[in-house]
Design a protein around this ligand. Structure first.
Ligand SMILES: NC(=O)C1=CN([C@@H]2O[C@H](COP(=O)(O)OP(=O)(O)OC[C@H]3O[C@@H](n4cnc5c(N)ncnc54)[C@H](OP(=O)(O)O)[C@@H]3O)[C@@H](O)[C@H]2O)C=CC1
Ligand SMILES: O=C(O)[C@@H]1CCC=N1
Length: 281
């Protein structure tokens, strides 16, 4: 692929996409990445993994034109700064974009309309809600395109993003729900692993062993789900009638796991909707 791509703000999320893209074989010499501090720029080489040393890295602290330099002449820009920084950062580099450069924001709660205004009324913009398993090529990336995005540009976005996971087209109004399920979702699975490890310590393991057992179990369950995306069947296959698992599942269900999960995901979606109002322009 000869596409050139710039990552503006390369932290947890954009760093995961950049690493996943490089691991998929994308030419590191076609990748630029920016961060705010010089210290983060130094650490980024290692964080990017395969080919990280060939990526051109810019820091906004070291150069006031870092983001403008990074986006100039590329085919796609992935904006991965915190939501409250997105519009200011996009406005700052907008004049350095080629007219065809695709601007993809991965920020939660920043509406397409606001991105469009910040980038310029004819600039192609896409709102994306990815997740961090993109780092290992197992992401889910929901995208919603602005009105000026051509079919060819949608294909470019899909071909770039599908290198790190599954790309799903959604309507923008579904982004709050997407954030609640897949954007924030990895944290729920990690919380489960964390909680299981703590409970393992209560049951008598040292912390290291408990964490190893819990993490390997959640990772193994994820790998099974990957080969057979049917959680209910997989759960039933572990649960022998009258056996041990049944006791644990019953305890979870009687304790309100379903209601609590719905409540947590509603809170997440509501926060995303509230942010969309805050960043509406
Ligand atoms: N983390 C996640 O799982 C997900 C995050 N997102 C979205 O991704 C975005 C980033 O979140 P996350 O990766 O967690 O945050 P991080 O804090 O990890 O990353 C933010 C990055 O932006 C850089 N940055 C800040 N200001 C500037 C600037 N002016 N110019 C260039 N770079 C800058 C930071 O550099 P420095 O380190 O030097 O400060 C850092 O590299 C958010 O909008 C979030 O909503 C979406 C889906 C999932
Ligand atoms: O917590 C957040 O706001 C970001 C968006 C989705 C996952 N992390």
């Amino acid at each position: 692929m000869t596409t050139q791509v710039a990552f503006v703000g390369t932290g947890s999320m954009n760093g995961a996409i950049a690493s996943g893209l490089l691991a998929s074989g994308f030419d590191p010499e076609k990748v630029r990445a920016t961060v705010r501090s010089a210290a983060s720029a130094e650490k980024l080489v290692d964080k990017l993994g395969d080919g990280g040393e060939k990526v051109k890295i810019f820091s906004a602290e070291s150069s006031a034109t870092a983001n403008r330099d990074a986006v100039s002449g590329v085919d796609a820009v992935l904006v991965g700064v915190k939501p409250y920084d997105v519009l200011e950062v996009v406005r700052d580099f907008a004049d350095s974009l080629d007219s065809q450069t695709l601007v993809i924001s991965v920020a939660a709660g920043v509406p397409l309309d606001s991105l469009q205004k910040a980038a310029g009324e004819n600039q192609p913009v896409i709102r994306c809600m990815p997740n961090t398993p993109s780092r290992v090529g197992k992401g889910v990336l929901a995208i919603s395109s602005g009105s000026t995005v051509t079919e060819e540009q949608k294909e470019l976005a899909e071909s770039l993003l599908s290198a790190v996971g599954e790309v799903v087209q959604v309507e923008e109004e579904q982004m709050d729900a997407v954030t609640a399920v897949s954007g924030s979702g990895p944290a729920y699975a990690f919380l489960l692993a964390e909680t299981m490890a703590k409970a393992g310590v209560e049951l008598g393991f040292d912390r290291e062993t408990a964490t190893k057992l819990a993490a390997a179990t959640v990772a193994g369950a994820g790998a099974l789900l990957d080969s057979d995306p049917n959680p209910e069947d997989l759960r039933k296959a572990v649960t022998s009638p009258g056996g041990t698992t049944e006791q644990a599942i019953k305890t979870y269900q009687e304790g309100g796991l379903e209601e609590l999960t719905l409540k947590a995901m509603r809170a997440c979606a509501e926060k995303s909707a509230q942010m969309s109002k805050e960043y509406a322009e």
